[in-house]
Design a protein around this ligand. Structure first.
Ligand code: MN
Length: 356
């Protein structure tokens, strides 16, 4: 089992790679989407939360991530003594009509295939994604965590309408006509996912890249009136069963899974790690369940993280764990200190189990 760190796009710097290495990480998960672009949010050093207009503006629809930039990123990561394990999340600008089943769908499927082929050539083995229309929306921030640390949570359902030109909690079209994105059914969303996996997984396999699906965050049946796919653990099984490709794996988020109202988190970890379907793991803790939960320090939530690691060890999971999110600590470097705390804890737990 390996310790990694996830870095947002603007954090993909030599200094942060060194920081990751210093905190004991051996792997990096890189976000290439700039979630904060054009946003009024001041805090780029925290996870994005946004407004009812989403996090920020999606990227350039005509500029896919190039092979050159992927190779440069990999080489920068390796220069710091680390490995680049995954890219996390597609840019809504590149694939919005796959999610929305819109007029540019065929082009957007080609975009995804092109990205996967380039990742394969650049030697990046994993692509984390989240097949969601409303995306990571509806969370609040507050001094929720131990010692009044600033953290993220949910305080009830979130169903304001989703404006035209938005998907996945970002704006991809600033000139979209007024109005709302019509709601679809859960069945329709599953149909879209099935079609996507059927078209894209063979290309992923050929490229030597695995797709890894994040569950819904927050795991509500609906957000902004839009249905969600994986808001209970049993829907993760449905996703796996949709397509037997070995490239059909999970971006296994302990936090989101623990926020779900069904299932026992330890059984869930056992179940999916036993099936060898974990791509990589978001290793974070939480207290409460939807629609009222709070993200906590790693040792301070409902989940016994040591027990989770024991189960992963027993089932011989050999992939990467990243802290995902942590509360912000009261100092000059709130994000970094939160991450350093989580990684130190993880490293110690892994050592105690003979895993690091
Ligand atoms: Mn996560």
């Amino acid at each position: 089992m390996k310790l990694g760190l996830g870095l947002y796009r603007h954090m993909l710097t030599r200094e942060n790679f060194q920081f990751a290495r210093q905190a004991g990480a051996t792997h990096i998960v890189a976000h290439l989407v700039d979630y904060f672009r054009g946003s009024s949010q001041a805090a780029r050093d925290s996870q994005p939360t946004g407004t009812d207009r989403g996090w920020g503006l999606a990227g350039d629809p005509d500029k896919l991530w190039t092979l050159e930039e992927m190779m440069a990123l990999r080489s920068d990561v390796e220069a710091a003594g680390l490995k680049l394990e995954a890219i996390e999340n597609f840019d809504p600008a590149h694939w919005h009509d796959v999610l929305l089943d819109g007029p540019r769908r065929a082009q957007h499927i080609e975009n995804v295939k092109t990205i996967l082929r380039r990742m394969g050539r650049a030697g990046i083995p994993m692509m984390g994604y989240n097949f969601s229309i409303a995306g990571v929306a509806g969370r609040t921030t507050g001094n929720y965590a131990r010692g009044e640390a600033r953290s993220v949570g949910m305080e009830g359902p979130y169903d304001p309408p989703m404006f035209n030109g938005m998907v996945w909690n970002m704006v991809y079209d600033t000139h979209a006509p007024p109005g709302e994105v019509p709601a679809i059914t859960h069945e329709e969303l599953w149909r879209r996912l099935d079609r996507f996996l059927g078209e894209v997984l063979p290309v992923a396999e050929e490229a030597g890249v695995k797709l890894a699906a994040h569950p819904d965050d927050p795991p509500m049946p609906f957000v902004r009136g839009q249905p969600r796919l994986v808001y209970q653990p049993r829907f993760y099984q449905k996703l796996i069963d949709l397509n037997p490709s070995p490239a059909n794996t999970l971006e296994f988020c302990i936090g989101s899974l623990a926020e779900m109202t069904e299932g026992d988190i330890y059984d869930v970890v056992d179940d999916f790690s036993r099936q060898q379907r974990l791509g990589y793991v978001h290793f974070r803790n939480v207290t409460g369940k939807v629609p009222t939960y709070r993200e906590t320090f790693i040792d301070d939530g409902d989940v016994d993280m040591h027990r989770v690691l024991e189960i992963l060890k027993r089932n011989k999971f050999d992939g990467v764990l990243v802290p995902d999110h942590t509360p912000q600590m009261a100092c000059a470097a709130p994000w970094h200190s939160g991450m350093a705390y989580a990684m130190g804890y993880m490293k110690a737990e892994m050592k105690s189990l003979g895993l690091a």
